[in-house]
Design a protein around this ligand. Structure first.
Ligand code: FES
Length: 103
């Protein structure tokens, strides 16, 4: 991170749905709102090409819509096969009701 990291606004906390996709510079991020906390992961599944922002959410887990691997939304860890690698997570902060993503 260090010198080149920056915070990007992704929207107002109150306007964010339970799951959504945020695009920045040709990259897609899956954004999940659990209670009043926000978590951001790479949108693309670590198994094949599928969008985690389109997956079903149960508690703090998201089901990949393609083959059903589950990921922990808070850590990006894989909970079950066929995916074996975690998805990257990003740091988020909420400032004055505005959700900011650290890149
Ligand atoms: S693409 Fe996500 S589990 Fe296969």
């Amino acid at each position: 991170m260090g010198l080149f990291s920056k915070w990007l606004k992704i929207g107002k906390l109150e306007d964010l749905p339970k799951r959504s996709c945020f695009q920045h510079k040709n990259k897609a991020y899956a954004v999940f709102k659990l209670n009043e906390e926000v978590f951001v992961l790479d949108d693309v599944c670590s198994h094949e090409y599928s969008r985690l922002s389109e997956g079903e959410v149960w508690d703090h887990e998201v089901y990949c819509p393609k083959h059903g691997s589950r990921f922990d939304i808070k850590t990006g860890e894989v909970i079950n096969f066929p995916a074996t690698r975690p998805v990257k997570t990003y740091e988020v902060k909420i400032d004055n009701g505005e959700v900011l993503l650290k890149l």
